[in-house]
Design a protein around this ligand. Structure first.
Ligand SMILES: [Zn+2]
Length: 119
């Protein structure tokens, strides 16, 4: 459950941050004519916020990798929670049921993602 939430969050995080920044850019542009100091402050807050967003991105990916490693060590697929369906080959874990493939370090092999929530 926790992994599924983190997985979805990690998947959409970068796009969400992009759209938030685009919306704030439009707001800052409008504020330039109404109250210029606010748009100037938003520029600096935006730069600081980008650093915070980057750190949050790294932290969430580290947490996801740790959860994946823990679930794999229990023989459980992180995506479909199927147990005893896991095969190990050359540092990879491949789920027989949903075709998800994870590396030893907890990173997911991208090509496997299409079938992740098939069942
Ligand atoms: Zn699976």
């Amino acid at each position: 459950m926790l992994f599924r939430m983190l997985y979805a969050l990690n998947r959409w995080y970068a796009l969400a941050v992009l759209w938030i920044y685009i919306a704030l850019f439009v707001l800052a542009f409008a504020l330039m004519f109404i109250f210029p100091p606010a748009s100037l402050a938003m520029v600096f807050l935006g730069v600081i916020g980008l650093g915070v967003a980057g750190l949050a991105f790294k932290a969430m990916h580290a947490a996801q990798s740790a959860l994946v490693r823990r679930m794999i060590s229990r023989g459980q697929c992180p995506l479909c929670s199927e147990t005893n369906q896991y095969g190990q080959r050359e540092g990879q874990f491949a789920c027989v049921r949903c075709n998800a493939v994870f590396l030893d370090n907890g990173m997911e092999v991208e090509a496997s993602r299409d079938h992740a929530f098939a069942s």
